[in-house]
Design a protein around this ligand. Sequence first.
Ligand code: AMP
Ligand code: GLY
Length: 441
Amino acid sequence: MTNLKKENQVNNHAKNILIVGSGGRENALAWGLSHSDGVEKIFIAPGNGGSRDFDKCVSIDIATSDVDKIKNECKLNKIDLVVIGPEAPLASGLADKLREDNIAVFGPGKDGAQLEASKSWAKDLMNKVQIPTAKHWEIENLNEALTIINEFKKPLVVKVDGLASGKGVMVPKNINETIQAVKDVFSGKFGDAGKRVILEELLQGPEVSIFALCDGERMVVLPPAQDHKRLKEGDQGPNTGGMGAYTPAPLINSTELATIRESILEPTIEALKSRGINYRGVIYAGLMITSSGPQVIEYNCRFGDPECQALIPLLGAELAEVLLACALGKLDQCSKLSIKQKCSACVVAAASGYPEAPIKGDPITINFEPNESVQIFHAGTQHDKDGTLITSGGRVLSIVSQGDSFDEAFSKAYKIIKMIDYDGITYRKDIGHQVRKEFNA
Ligand code: AMP
Ligand code: GLY
């Protein structure tokens, strides 16, 4: 490296980092940042039962919506970088409020978070710059919907416009199911999020999650990942937040990823810029690989969960520097993010009753010490008043493992999940079926 290049680099590493969120994604981010160069202390607000398991990490009891307390904590602990995990605080403008106090934040402002928080806004953005996406109709009442359904004569996907905790999309098997879904939405089932509805052409094909770390102008694209949304093997049962993931998904090779960058991700940043939006955070493009090429089925303004858990262990010790550079709009001046050439597998252990009514409060035993190629990331866990680790949410733990092949990575993850015990532990045995030859779960 030349001296000139060295001088141009962002020399201020983030020593003290605050992560906002409490899920498996935030626990994985804490692990990744604790392994990053220059990081001395990581605070997780509010974190979970696994927050204190990693070197340098502590949880602080502050809700993700408590802006004043978060600001105060930033001052008190001389926070150099805030990383906001979930969509709700992003959509409500937490990043903007922190930036008002000159705090470096990885995560878009309220304006950019509309990519996820308003499906109609995201559709409009895509259509203006010809990003490939399903044909859609925006409707505001039942009669309009019925007219379109009768004209189109095919089942249409029904999406509520606003945030609905992953429950706002109904994929129908037939026209009657489309009609029923529209009736449900307009009966008020989704509150304000469902005041406006999108009807969308039903696409077919495998899905892939693509993540770009953005600094408002430039981006670093991460390896493609696939998650498994349904609760049960064979992609059966209800939709969940995600029951497992793996990366890099061979469905997309490096040439195709470069094409996705050019035809989808870069035009997205350009379209955001043309709306005056300085987007500093993750653009998550959920794609369907159809017979006519990749189409965007959704954007999210954050990392996917559990894709993040699979991805983070592949990322190098430059992660904190890269996220800080994104927050400062200086991706051109930081070290290159190295990515390990390994296969990474993530299997989610959920609670019984998930997703409708997860059972909470059961003691958890983990008879395994994580090592260099196996991580256990916590999500719905907490310590009770006696210090016992107990279940406290639907997705409890993510068991993540890396290997030279997906068979190796998954067989390790499935071996370790058997060393974890709590009442009603629930997991899919076929995570990564697309890339595995051996099924020894
Ligand atoms: P979303 O919450 O937008 O990720 O949608 C949830 C799931 O619904 C996606 O992961 C897809 O499996 C499915 N989906 C969304 N849009 C479409 C579409 N236009 N055609 C087929 N499936 C879709
Ligand atoms: N794994 C899908 C999501 O985070 O939305």
